[in-house]
Design a protein around this ligand. Structure first.
Ligand SMILES: Cc1ncc(COP(=O)(O)O)c(C=O)c1O
Length: 343
C-alpha cells in the first residue's frame, strides 16, 4: 500500500529538474557575496515581488526573524495575530533573540480586523513600548489556508501605514493567495515594507525562503541573518532549485487548490467527520472530527493505519494539505481509505 502523505506541503520533494539544476549551477561563496546563482534567484524574487532587493535564507522562520530584527529595536512592539505562525510556532524568537515585544490580537478566519488593529496601536506615552511593526500572514496557516483578498489586505495595511508602522507580511504561501485571487503576488507586496515567501512548501524545493524589501532594508536584514548564524557558502545549490520553482511551480498551485476542494467535498460525505467548505480556500483542509468521539491523536493514528498521513490540530481537528505529489486519483483513494478508517 502506498502511503498518501497529506501532512503538509513541506513534505514535497524536489523535482528532477531541480536536482539537475543543483548539480550544474555556477557556485561561489555567498558570504563573500560571490555566488552567481544566489544573485540570480534574489534578483528574480525581487522582480517578481516588485521590490528592490531580496535575501535568501534557510527557512521561513529565519526570514521572518531577520525581518523583525531589521525593522525594530529591543523593547519595541510588534502587533500580530495570536494565531499567526510567527507568534504560535516560532519559539518566541522575536522576544528571546531580538528583545521585541509581541502584542498579539485575534484574527478572524485568518484576517486581522482593521478596527482592532487601530485600537491595538498605542499612542506615545511614558509607560508604553513604542509600536513599530504590524505583521500579517497570507495565506494563513492555522485557519486552514484561508487567504485574504487584496482589498482586505489593503484595508489593514492602510491602518498600519497611517500609524507609521513598518508592515511585514509572512507570505510563506503568498503564491497560493495570488493564484486563489487571480492577482499578482507583487500586488500584495506593494502594500508592505517586507514580505517573506517559502520555496520549500507547495513550490517543492527542499529548503529556502526569500525575504524581499527595499535595498536598505535587505542590507540590514542581511546583517541580522549573519547574527543568527544564517550566513551561507555555496548556497547556489539551494538557489538553483528556487529558480526552477519560480519558473515552473507557481501556476500549478491551482491544481493543489482544486484537489483540496475535491478532498473537502469527499470528506463532507463521510459520517462522523465535518468540514466547512467555505473555509477551503487554498490547499489546506481542516477536518472537524468531534462527531467521531475520538481524540485527535486517535484519528491521526487510525488514518495512519490505512496509509493516509494527516497532522493534528487538537482538540477537534485534523489537517490535510494537498501538494504536487498527489492528483485527483490519489485524493479519491485517500477518501476511500479515510471512510474505511472512520467506520
Ligand atoms: C505561515 C508560515 N510562516 C512561516 C513558516 C516557517 O517556515 P519554515 O518551516 O521554513 O521555517 C511556515 C511553515 O510552515 C508557515 O506555514
Amino acid at each position: 500500500m502506498h502511503v498518501i502523505n497529506l501532512r503538509s506541503d513541506t513534505q514535497t520533494f524536489p523535482t528532477a529538474k531541480m536536482l539537475e539544476a543543483m548539480t550544474t549551477a555556477p557556485l561561489g561563496d555567498d558570504t563573500y557575496d560571490e555566488d552567481p546563482t544566489v544573485h540570480k534567484l534574489e534578483a528574480m524574487a525581487a522582480a517578481l515581488l516588485g521590490k528592490e532587493a531580496a535575501l535568501l535564507t534557510i527557512s521561513g522562520h529565519m526570514a521572518n526573524l531577520c525581518a523583525l530584527l531589521a525593522h525594530a529595536k529591543p523593547g519595541e512592539e510588534v502587533i500580530l495575530d495570536q494565531d499567526s505562525h510567527i507568534f504560535y510556532y516560532e519559539l518566541g524568537s522575536m522576544a528571546s533573540v531580538g528583545g521585541l515585544m509581541p502584542f498579539p490580537i485575534p484574527s478572524h478566519n485568518g484576517a486581522l480586523d482593521p478596527d482592532e488593529v487601530r485600537r491595538a496601536i498605542r499612542g506615545r506615552n511614558l509607560h508604553y513600548p513604542v509600536p513599530r511593526v504590524l505583521c500579517l500572514e497570507n495565506t494563513h496557516n492555522r485557519s486552514g489556508g484561508r487567504s485574504q483578498s487584496l482589498e482586505a489586505h489593503r484595508a489593514v495595511c492602510r491602518v498600519g501605514r497611517e500609524a507609521g508602522l513598518k508592515i511585514h507580511l509572512d507570505g510563506a504561501r503568498i503564491f497560493n493567495a495570488a493564484v486563489r485571487h487571480g492577482v499578482r503576488a507583487a500586488d500584495f507586496a506593494a502594500e508592505v515594507d517586507s514580505l517573506m515567501f517559502c520555496l520549500s512548501k507547495g513550490l517543492s524545493c527542499p529548503l529556502g525562503s526569500l525575504l524581499v524589501g527595499s535595498r536598505d532594508f535587505i542590507a540590514e536584514a542581511d546583517r541580522r541573518r549573519k547574527l543568527v548564524g544564517g550566513g551561507m557558502r555555496q548556497a547556489g545549490v539551494i538557489a538553483a532549485c528556487g529558480i526552477v520553482a519560480l519558473e515552473e511551480m507557481i501556476e500549478r498551485l491551482a491544481d493543489d487548490h482544486a484537489n483540496a476542494r475535491r478532498l473537502a467535498e469527499g470528506i463532507k460525505a463521510i459520517p462522523r467527520l465535518a468540514v466547512d467548505l467555505d473555509s477551503v480556500e487554498t490547499n489546506m483542509v481542516n477536518i472537524d472530527h468531534a462527531g467521531a468521539g475520538l481524540t485527535t491523536e486517535e484519528v491521526v493514528e487510525r488514518l495512519k493505519r490505512v496509509g493516509v498521513l494527516a497532522s493534528s490540530r487538537p482538540p477537534r481537528h485534523i489537517r490535510l494539505v494537498t501538494h504536487r505529489h498527489y492528483g485527483p486519483a490519489d485524493i479519491d483513494e485517500a477518501l476511500g481509505r479515510i471512510a474505511d478508517a472512520m467506520r
